[in-house]
Design a protein around this ligand. Structure first.
Ligand code: F6R
Ligand code: MG
Ligand code: MG
Length: 365
C-alpha cells in the first residue's frame, strides 16, 4: 500500500519567552487536525520540541498535497489565534505569509515528507530539533549512513553495504533549488566536503542503493530566505525509515551521542552542542542548548502505533550529562571566537550596525 508520511513543524508562540507552547495551543492544533482531517488523513500525532509544534500526518495523497498542507496551515493558524489570546511570546512567529497558497513550503513551517510502498513492518523515526538549523542533521546522517564506525550494518548486511545516495541542497542559493546527488561509499569524501558546511549544504533525502527506496526526508527551509531578514532559526524536522535495507534504529540514533556543536542557541547566533532530549522537553539554559527529540513509530496501512521515545533511557541521561558539560564549556568563553557565529550567520543585525559605526572611527596611524 502506498502511504505518505508528512511532518510539518512550526513555532507559533511560547510561554515565558521562546521556551515551549502552551497546553491550550497544543490542544487547539490537535483538535483542528482531528476535526478538519477526517476523511483526508489516515492518522496523526501532535508533539512539541522546545517552542515548536510538530504535526505528523499519514495519508495516501502523495507529497506536496494542497489539502494536507492546508490542514497543517489551518491548524497552525487556529493555534496562533489561541497563542495571541493567551499573550504567548512570538505568537504566529513561523507563519510568514498572510494566506495559504497551495503548498506550505515557502510559507515558514518546516516540512519533511515521504511517499513509499509500505513494507510488511514499517518502523520509522521522526526527529524534531529546536534552537538550531537543518544542517544539524548532516553529521548524524553521514555517520549513520556512510561510516562503518557508527553503522556496522555497512559491513554486516549485504543490502546496507551497497551504500546510499544522498541528495544535498545548497540552501544559500535563492533563485531555485540547487541540488547535487552523491553516492557512498565512492563519493564519501566529496560528500564530507559539502556536509562539513552545515549552514550552506543540507541533506534533503537519502535513498538505498540496494532497492532505490527512500530512507530519509529532511526539511531544507531557510526562514531568512523567505522573510528577507532574521525571524528565528529554522528548527528542523526529519523523517527516517529504518531496518532491513536501511540502517537499524540504533545505528541512526548512535551518532547523536556526540552532542556535536551546531549553530543556534541564544538568538540563533551562537555555537552549542546538540543535546538529545526526551519528547516534550522545552529549552532553558541560554535559550537552549540546541535540542533534538526522536519519536519511533510503526506503521500498518497508514495507522500509527503509539510513539516510543528512544532518548528516554538511562544511556541518554549519561549523554545529556556530558553534553551539558560541553555546553557549559563553550558558554564559558561568552562572545569570544568560536562561541559566537561569524558575521554572515548572525541572526541579529546589532553587531553589523555597530561595526559600520566603528569603521568610521578607525584611523590609519
Ligand atoms: C532563538 C530564539 C531566542 C531569541 C531570544 C531573543 O532562536 O528564539 O534565543 O532569539 O529569546 O528573542 P527576542 O529578540 O524575540 O526578544
Ligand atoms: Mg520561538
Ligand atoms: Mg523554535
Amino acid at each position: 500500500m502506498e502511504i505518505t508520511v508528512t511532518a510539518i513543524k512550526a513555532d507559533i508562540g511560547g510561554v515565558g519567552g521562546h521556551l515551549a507552547p502552551s497546553k491550550a495551543v497544543l490542544s487547539c492544533v490537535a483538535e483542528t487536525v482531528d476535526r478538519q482531517g477526517r476523511g483526508m488523513i489516515i492518522d496523526h500525532f501532535i508533539g512539541h520540541t522546545g517552542d515548536d509544534i510538530a504535526i505528523l500526518l499519514t495519508h495516501d495523497r502523495d507529497v506536496g498535497n494542497d489539502d494536507v498542507h492546508r490542514l497543517a496551515w489551518d491548524a497552525f493558524t487556529a493555534g496562533t489565534a489561541v497563542a495571541k489570546k493567551q499573550g504567548l511570546y512570538g505568537a504566529g512567529q513561523d507563519l510568514l505569509k498572510d494566506a495559504f497558497s497551495g503548498n506550505i513550503r515557502g510559507l515558514g513551517p518546516a516540512v519533511a515528507e515521504m511517499n513509499f510502498d509500505e513494507r510488511e513492518n514499517e518502523p520509522f523515526l521522526m526527529f524534531t530539533a529546536d534552537k538550531t538549523e537543518p544542517g544539524a542533521y548532516n553529521l548524524p546522517l553521514y555517520l549513520a549512513f556512510a561510516d562503518p564506525m557508527y553503522n556496522p550494518g555497512l559491513l554486516l548486511s549485504p543490502a546496507v553495504g551497497q551504500g546510499f545516495t544522498f541528495r544535498v541542497m545548497d540552501v544559500e542559493y535563492t533563485k531555485g533549488d540547487r541540488m547535487i546527488e552523491l553516492s557512498t561509499p565512492e563519493d564519501a569524501y566529496d560528500l564530507a566536503s559539502l556536509l562539513r558546511d552545515n549552514g550552506r549544504f543540507v541533506v534533503e533525502s537519502i535513498r538505498s542503493r540496494a532497492d532505490g527506496e527512500q530512507a530519509v526526508s529532511c526539511c531544507t527551509t531557510r526562514l531568512r530566505n523567505i522573510a528577507g531578514k532574521y525571524v528565528g532559526k529554522d528548527d528542523p524536522v526529519m523523517l527516517v525509515r529504518t531496518q532491513k535495507t536501511f540502517p537499524a534504529t540504533g545505528e541512526v540514533l548512535a551518532p547523536f551521542e556526540i552532542g556535536h556543536l551546531v549553530a543556534g542557541f541564544m538568538r540563533g547566533s551562537h555555537t552549542g552542542p546538540l543535546m538529545p532530549v526526551k519528547a516534550g522537553t522545552g529549552v532553558s539554559f541560554f535559550d537552549g542548548p540546541p535540542i533534538v527529540c526522536c519519536l519511533a513509530f510503526s506503521l500498518q496501512n497508514g495507522k500509527l502505533t503509539e510513539p516510543i521515545d528512544p532518548f528516554d533511557h538511562p544511556y541518554w541521561d549519561w549523554v545529556r550529562h556530558n553534553v551539558a558539560r560541553k555546553a557549559h564549556d563553550i558558554r564559558a568563553q561568552g562572545f569570544s571566537g568560536a562561541a559566537m557565529l561569524p558575521y554572515s550567520d548572525l541572526e541579529y543585525g546589532g553587531i553589523t550596525e555597530r561595526m559600520e559605526r566603528l569603521e568610521q572611527q578607525f584611523q590609519c596611524r
